[in-house]
Write a new protein. Structure first.
Length: 95
């Protein structure tokens, strides 16, 4: 039996189905970073969607804006994220 002690610090709960899908999905490290940012900024704050700019993703992940753009496109093509773009900002939702 494996037992985990629940943390006494703030943490993000997310659905088992999402955890199971992520655990069997092959992703590049930058894709996983972006998905983690979306999970933290949506589910972590009990929201269905969040408005994030490429600059926000860059700040959270330490990845260049051009790489963020490629990563978001890749995740969209894989149906992992749904991105609504408005000007230079993107309103990003989990799919």
């Amino acid at each position: 039996m494996v037992q985990m002690k629940m943390p006494r610090v703030p943490f993000t709960q997310f659905p088992n189905s999402l955890l199971e899908r992520l655990s069997c999905t092959r992703m590049a490290p930058s894709e996983l970073q972006v998905v983690n940012v979306v999970i933290r900024t949506t589910l972590g704050f009990h929201k269905e969607w969040v408005r994030l700019t490429h600059e926000d993703f860059s700040r959270f992940t330490g990845t260049s804006r051009s790489n963020i753009n490629r990563t978001l496109k890749s995740l969209e093509e894989a149906n992992m994220l749904k991105v609504h773009r408005y000007g230079s900002e993107g309103k990003t939702r989990l799919s």
